[in-house]
Design a protein. Structure first.
Length: 97
């Protein structure tokens, strides 16, 4: 499974209903499971982003579908980044000339 880091910010709608955020996170985790995605961790953060989530998905298309589904609910805007673990990075660097 590929790992992704999602940096999210509340929309106006999301901040108006921020008290429901933990319940929404549970619902998103369940929806992710139905798409074949595992949201392994979620953190509420201070600073530029309101939430940081660690997501495992079988491929980029599935991760993108998940991000679009979450965004369509209207509570957050997300930037998703592919993350590489140590072994993956060793493989990438091994391809360099």
């Amino acid at each position: 499974m590929a790992i992704y880091i999602a940096l999210s910010s509340f929309t106006d709608q999301g901040i108006r209903t921020v008290k429901d955020s933990p319940k929404r996170a549970d619902a998103v985790k369940e929806a992710a499971r139905k798409l074949g995605v595992n949201m392994t961790q979620i953190y509420w953060t201070q600073g530029q982003y309101d939430l940081v989530a660690i997501i495992e998905a079988p491929d980029d298309k599935t991760a993108t579908a998940f991000s679009l589904a979450v965004g369509a609910a209207g509570n957050i805007r997300t930037q998703t980044m592919r993350a590489f673990n140590r072994e993956e990075m060793d493989g990438i660097l091994g391809k360099l000339p």
